[in-house]
Write a protein that binds this ligand. Structure first.
Ligand SMILES: [Cu+2]
Length: 169
């Protein structure tokens, strides 16, 4: 039995190695074509950078974010206001499709000790930490499957104004 498992593991390794090698080859070819003499900063393929802010007026700078399915999303979230986390905290919480946003906001109220991230739910795809004025954070996540997803700030009372849609194309 042990031997069988080992054989299976070896086979899997071989298969995945083969796949990787091919992928690398493809990348290398692409690089050659695109290569220029001067090195410059290029947009990395498959990566979307998003800059989102929250302010003292309880507003996100974006209520619509569009990314490509499967992309790695690098989200920088900054609280560009001055008010402290205790009175004007902001976070970014991305919710699974079909989540009732208002209901989620209600539930979050009970989780002050966890920065208003409910531990009782599996509705969260990803979230940042709660920020106060002048703070900044970054998260990286894989774009979910195509569709529309709500994102909110889960600080008490903020969901009404601080919400938006992440569209995955
Ligand atoms: Cu907020």
């Amino acid at each position: 039995m042990k031997r069988l498992i080992m054989m299976f593991v070896t086979a899997t390794l071989l298969v995945s190695c083969g796949g990787e090698a091919k992928k690398e080859e493809g990348k290398a070819n692409g690089m050659k074509i695109n290569q220029t003499t001067e090195p410059k900063e290029e947009k990395v393929e498959g990566v979307t950078e998003v800059y989102l802010t929250g302010n003292d007026q309880m507003k996100f700078n974006k209520n619509q974010i569009t990314v490509n399915a499967g992309d790695e999303v690098v989200l920088t979230f900054e609280h560009v206001g001055k008010l402290p986390k205790e009175t004007m905290g902001h976070n970014f919480v991305l919710l699974k499709k079909g989540t009732d946003v208002q209901e989620f906001g209600q539930e979050a109220l009970e989780y002050k000790d966890n920065d208003y991230i409910p531990e009782s739910t599996d509705a969260i795809i990803v979230h940042t930490k709660m920020l106060g004025g002048g703070e900044k954070t970054e998260i990286t996540f894989q774009a979910p499957e195509k569709g529309s997803y709500d994102y909110i700030c889960s600080f008490p009372g903020h969901v009404a104004l601080m919400n938006g849609t992440l569209t995955v194309e």
